[in-house]
Design a protein around this ligand. Structure first.
Ligand SMILES: Cc1cc2nc3c(=O)[nH]c(=O)nc-3n(C[C@H](O)[C@H](O)[C@H](O)COP(=O)(O)OP(=O)(O)OC[C@H]3O[C@@H](n4cnc5c(N)ncnc54)[C@H](O)[C@@H]3O)c2cc1C
Length: 85
């Protein structure tokens, strides 16, 4: 699986597409680089690094989801726009 089908996340970091777009070229590299004995192992290796990459961003979206629904949401947004968050 690729994209939001495997790393669905809330939209509060604006990173969903940025996580989805590299999936296809990265998967093709794993399938074609000759470093894996078969397709199953290539896909497993791709998934391991892809989930690590997307998990770090998913954590950010979860943090922003909480902050943007908190009492301090407006202050958080203003700080973010000013590059202080
Ligand atoms: C409000 C909001 C704001 C966002 N803002 C940003 C942003 O600023 N920056 C950013 O990077 N990301 C943002 N995202 C996330 C981004 O939209 C998703 O990460 C991205 O669309 C995922 O792409 P995808 O191709 O994996 O899945 P999708 O775009 O969900 O595409 C899946 C497609 O498959 C189709 N489909 C489903 N089931 C079937 C079926 N059985 N048969 C045939 N077709 C089917 C669907 O109709 C859909 O067209 C936002 C998301 C939301 C909801």
């Amino acid at each position: 699986m690729l994209g939001a089908a495997i790393h669905l996340m809330p939209p509060y970091a604006g990173e969903g597409v940025n996580m989805a777009m590299p999936d296809a070229p990265e998967l093709s590299q794993y399938l074609l680089n000759g470093n894996h004995p078969d397709t199953l192992n290539a896909v497993k290796a791709f998934e391991t690094q892809m989930l690590k990459r997307a998990s770090a961003t998913a954590e950010e979206t979860l943090k922003n989801t909480e902050l943007l629904h908190s009492a301090g949401a407006v202050k958080f947004m203003v700080n973010m726009m000013q590059g202080k968050e």
